[in-house]
Design a protein around this ligand. Structure first.
Ligand code: HEC
Length: 159
């Protein structure tokens, strides 16, 4: 005999389930990027300078389509524990999914005015060791080559 003592789902739960099923067909991050407007530009920047040994570095790689593609892949997918886009945003505007919880806000890579003040060597140091006093995480597991590819991709975002 079938027991008939199960309660029907509350309407809000049904709506939630439908919403979740629906969301799978969309790129949630792209929707988020559409809801949250682009980051401020020029952006206030309090990041400390990284040590001189990093600051004087120059990118040994060229902005070839392959290097841009590798940087893009790292930025959006490969970097652990959480890809750069979750903070810096799919478009690089600094308004990623996690940005609402962060102070200072992630750097707005799409802002030329702010980005032209940041040297390649400074970026290298921040990506490798993180930015002290902020949530920008260190990435000690990345090879130097991968860091330079990320920088090439970031420079593409500012164009
Ligand atoms: C948990 C959030 C978070 C993640 C993940 C993250 N960042 Fe950041 N990033 C920040 C914040 C916040 C700042 C701003 C730091 C500040 O103003 O001091 C920042 C700043 C930067 C800067 C600018 C440094 C400067 O001197 O102005 C660069 C470059 C950068 N991040 C690159 C990356 C790259 C590449 C990745 C992925 C490998 C990454 N970040 C992952 C939060 C994050």
């Amino acid at each position: 005999m079938k027991k008939n003592n199960s309660k029907p789902l509350a309407p809000y739960k049904i709506l939630l389930i439908i919403a979740l099923i629906f969301l799978q067909f969309f790129d949630v991050e792209a929707i988020w990027a559409g809801v949250v407007q682009t980051g401020v530009c020029p952006q206030p920047r309090n990041t400390r300078n990284v040590p001189k040994k990093f600051r004087k570095l120059k990118n040994p790689l060229k902005a070839t389509p392959e290097n841009i593609a590798s940087g893009k892949n790292l930025f959006h997918i490969l970097v652990k524990p959480t890809p750069c886009k979750n903070c810096h945003g799919v478009t690089g505007d600094g308004m990623g999914l996690m940005s609402w919880a962060l102070a200072p806000l992630p750097r707005n890579f799409s802002c030329k005015e702010t980005m032209q003040k940041i040297s390649e060597g400074q970026m290298f140091g921040v990506i490798k060791n993180g930015a002290r006093g902020s949530s920008c995480l260190p990435n000690r597991g990345l090879k130097d080559e991968q860091i330079w590819q990320l920088i090439i991709y970031i420079q593409e975002l500012a164009k």
